[in-house]
Design a protein around this ligand. Structure first.
Ligand SMILES: [Zn+2]
Length: 115
């Protein structure tokens, strides 16, 4: 079974390689969905939402909220931000199965853990 929890943060970036308007400095209200998959444990949950919140707030949201993403990543596309998020959650030993990062209302990227 899986649980999915949603988080949000605001951040600015620019994409130097982009031929269009994404080359200019601009910001997004990002929405991050973290899915954790596993057995339903003795308390009847896969993972306590509050426990997940603590880690995601500390390791991801506080790191990205109201930042300039180019200070953290050379090329902060949604794909590469999501990838970095996966690495930080790995370091925090969160057994995520899927990450979805919404950059705009219509556009998101999905990272599925393999292996
Ligand atoms: Zn953008």
């Amino acid at each position: 079974m899986s649980i999915i929890r949603r988080y949000s943060f605001e951040a600015a970036h620019k994409l130097d390689w982009h031929p269009g308007k994404c080359r200019s400095l601009h910001g997004h209200s990002y929405v991050l969905e973290v899915e954790v998959t596993g057995p339903v444990g003795e308390h009847g949950v896969v993972m306590d939402f509050a426990e997940l919140d603590t880690v995601v707030e500390e390791c991801v949201v506080s790191r990205l909220d109201h930042t300039y993403l180019n200070d953290l990543l050379d090329n902060p596309t949604a794909e590469l931000v999501a990838s970095a998020v996966g690495g930080w959650l790995d370091e925090a030993a969160i057994g995520w199965s899927v990450l979805r990062l919404w950059e705009t209302e219509r556009g998101s990227v999905v990272v599925r853990r393999t292996g």
